[in-house]
Design a protein. Structure first.
Length: 313
């Protein structure tokens, strides 16, 4: 019990207030994604502490290669947490599971979102967005189909030339036909969408390698979740980074990203989504944190995770 008490005090989570504040969670993977889902928590959006002793919460079983890379978790309209992830470097589908408490998970499901494209090389970094107005889920990811976009087919490096694709679902059993979500004439991966008022804001990675490397994060906007997103802004990051994920911390927008060439996480903040400040030196993540997703939960959710995953003395 001593260890449990120390952990609860560490996160400042003694008692449950009537208004029950929210805390930040971060889903991520380590290594190549072999051991599955990792979670970290923060009360200030800057300092992150690994949960479960930085051990996996869920071992991957979906797909042939059974990896769990780029895990994206959101809270749905059904009060469940829904997660999608990259199951392989080369398969034409993604992984899916849900949970009510982030501790016990449903059976994992392989969703063959690109099986209708026999030459598709991959399905990378899927994400989910819950559309409250339509009460449905948008699932979107990056795929390369060789020869589909001839003008840029050789500019992404390694034969990759990604575009963002999507499908929608209400129940994760039946899915709409896969369609293009984002194509602005360059290789793009790792898109993530947030809503600012009536505007949908997409953060994305320009994956262009040739003739001049981009490897940066940009922003596109739309008034329609599935509509025509704008041409991208100039880069809001400088180093080679990927896996942007976004939240509000106080009055600021904060974007975390994987600085994969430096094996660490970085971040930027903005009050208006236009002027950005690098906060990489002010944030700390568990060692080995890779591409993940930030989301908010009620304080009691975190308390239950700590209690369930703390060894009893």
């Amino acid at each position: 019990m001593k260890k449990l008490t120390v952990l609860i005090i560490l996160f400042g989570l003694i008692g449950c207030k009537p208004s029950e504040p929210e805390v930040y969670l971060f889903s991520f993977f380590q290594g190549n994604g072999e051991d599955g889902l990792h979670l970290a928590a923060s009360t200030d959006g800057l300092n992150w502490k690994a949960l479960n002793n930085n051990e996996s919460f869920l071992a991957p079983t979906a797909g042939k290669d059974k990896l769990m890379r780029d895990p994206c978790i959101i809270k749905g309209g059904d009060d469940k947490f829904h997660m999608v992830w990259t199951v392989s470097w080369n398969e034409r589908g993604i992984g899916y599971a849900n949970s009510t408490d982030l501790i016990k998970w449903s059976d994992q499901k392989y969703i063959p979102v690109m099986d209708h494209e026999p030459t598709a090389r991959n399905c990378w970094a899927p994400e989910i967005y819950y559309d409250e107005e339509k009460d449905q889920y948008l699932i979107y990811w990056a795929t390369t189909i060789p020869g589909r976009f001839p003008a840029t087919d050789t500019l992404g490096g390694g034969g990759y030339d990604h575009r963002m694709y999507y499908t929608t679902t209400r129940d994760f059993r039946s899915f709409s036909d896969t369609k293009i979500l984002y194509d602005k004439g360059f290789s793009v991966i790792d898109a993530t969408i947030v809503k600012d008022g009536k505007t949908y804001v997409m953060f994305l990675k320009n994956e262009t390698l040739l003739p001049k490397p981009e490897k940066n994060i940009r922003i596109s906007t739309s008034t329609d979740l599935l509509g025509d997103y704008s041409e991208p802004t100039t880069p809001i990051t400088t180093d080679w980074v990927e896996g942007p994920t976004v939240t509000r911390v106080g009055n600021d927008w904060v974007v975390y990203f994987d600085m994969y060439t430096k094996s660490k996480m970085g971040g930027i903040s903005s009050k208006d989504l236009k002027i950005w400040t690098d906060i990489s030196e002010n944030i700390s993540f568990p060692k080995g944190t890779r591409h993940g997703t930030v989301f908010k939960v009620k304080q009691s959710v975190l308390e239950n995770i700590i209690t369930a995953k703390t060894p009893k003395d």
